[in-house]
Design a binder for this molecule. Structure first.
Ligand SMILES: Cc1cc2nc3c(=O)[nH]c(=O)nc-3n(C[C@H](O)[C@H](O)[C@H](O)COP(=O)(O)O)c2cc1C
Length: 174
């Protein structure tokens, strides 16, 4: 199974990138391509910029990555209760090229933050909106208090309950 995974964050130290890489590794016999949103950085979307730039190659390349996978795993950073600007900007550009951004792919949606809610607010938004963009969400999981529940040295979850919840979510892709 070809999995495309990414954190909806442009932070170089993204905890959501650590989580999404770990979660994707739980599916055996899969090939995982972990994307970095910094490789798809585009000017701030506006209709004026769109008139000027058309359909940027980086947005097309991002859509092609999604087109080429069997399943998508996304972990959302929460910024003020919502998406990071980096993710929303890339998503807006992509949606103008293909409104079915998620292209009927099976998806698992995740989130984490240092706080006790683990990005539950942004995850709820992503879950609500995914079907409008042809996303077929199979499961979701938010990981609270990331730094307490993730072992940075081992790059893995150290809380058994959360580990099982993630395993169960990821198994829905198979
Ligand atoms: C502008 C800004 C707003 C934030 N707002 C929230 C928030 O609403 N809820 C939350 O749990 N964490 C919030 N945080 C903390 C992030 O969860 C934390 O920076 C986390 O590391 C982001 O995920 P990332 O490392 O994958 O980018 C915010 C951080 C920033 C920089």
């Amino acid at each position: 199974m070809k999995i495309v995974a990414f954190a909806a964050s442009s932070s170089k130290k993204s905890i959501n990138k650590k989580l999404v890489a770990y979660a994707s590794s739980l599916i055996e016999s899969s090939h995982v391509d972990v994307l970095d949103l910094n490789d798809y950085e585009l000017p701030l979307f506006s209709e004026d910029k769109e008139t000027e730039l058309g359909k940027p190659a980086l947005a097309q390349a991002f859509l092609e990555k999604i087109a080429g996978c069997d399943a998508l795993v996304i972990s959302f950073a929460e910024h003020n209760g919502s998406y990071s600007a980096a993710y929303k900007n890339l998503f807006d550009w992509c949606s103008r090229i293909n409104p079915k951004v998620f292209q009927n792919k099976s998806m698992v949606l995740l989130s984490t933050s240092p706080g006790a809610r683990g990005g539950a607010g942004v995850l709820a938004q992503a879950l609500n909106s995914a079907p409008f963009f042809a996303g077929e969400v199979k499961a979701s999981c938010s990981v609270p208090s990331f730094y307490e529940n993730f072992d940075m040295e081992k790059s893995s979850i150290n809380n058994e309950e959360i580990k099982l919840a993630l395993q169960s979510a990821m198994a829905k892709l198979v």
